[in-house]
Write a protein that binds this ligand. Structure first.
Ligand code: CO
Length: 148
C-alpha cells in the first residue's frame, strides 16, 4: 500500500482566525503550527488530531488556488486530502507510470518542511489529493543506516 496515513485534511477558509476559533469552541482544539506559504498564496494553521492534522488555509492573494476554490464553492469547504507516503518522489513516479494525471510533475516544498506533490482531482475520484513525505517520520524501522 502506497499510502501510509492520512497526514491532513485541508480546509479552505475565508478568515483563518475565525476558523481557528470555530475549532477551539467546538472541539477544544489548539493550533500546533502556523506558516505562510507565499508560493501557494496562503497562510495556514495546523490543528493536531492524533497523528494527523486539520490544515486551515486562508488565501493571501486573489490568484491563490484557495481563493479560486472559495469563489467556486461559494464559501469554505474541504479543499484537499493529504496522504502520507514514505517516499514522495518514488510514489509520484509510480503513479505517473500508471498514467495518472498530476498537478505537480516533481515534488516540491510544502509546509512543516515536508515534500509534497498534488495529483489532479480528475485522476482521483474528484478529490484533490496531496502526497506528503514528512521528514519527521522518514527514519522508520525499515530504513537502512548509511555509512558516511
Ligand atoms: Co495540504
Amino acid at each position: 500500500m502506497l499510502l501510509r496515513r492520512i497526514d491532513h485534511v485541508g480546509y479552505a477558509v475565508e478568515n483563518l482566525e475565525e476558523a481557528i476559533r470555530h475549532h477551539e469552541r467546538l472541539y477544544g482544539a489548539e493550533v500546533a503550527h502556523r506558516e505562510t506559504m507565499d508560493r501557494d498564496g496562503v497562510r495556514e494553521a495546523l490543528i493536531a488530531v492524533g497523528d494527523s492534522f486539520l490544515q486551515l488555509l486562508e488565501p493571501i492573494r486573489d490568484d491563490s488556488p484557495v481563493a479560486k476554490f472559495l469563489e467556486r464553492n461559494g464559501g469554505p469547504g474541504v479543499h484537499h486530502v493529504g496522504y502520507g507516503v514514505q517516499d514522495v518522489d518514488a510514489a509520484l513516479r509510480d503513479l505517473k507510470g500508471q498514467g495518472v494525471r498530476v498537478v505537480d510533475e516533481v515534488p516540491r516544498h510544502g509546509s512543516r518542511g515536508c515534500m509534497v506533490a498534488f495529483l489532479h482531482p480528475k485522476a482521483a475520484l474528484g478529490v484533490l489529493v496531496e502526497l506528503v513525505e514528512d521528514p519527521a517520520l522518514a527514519h522508520s524501522a525499515t530504513d537502512t543506516i548509511h555509512d558516511a
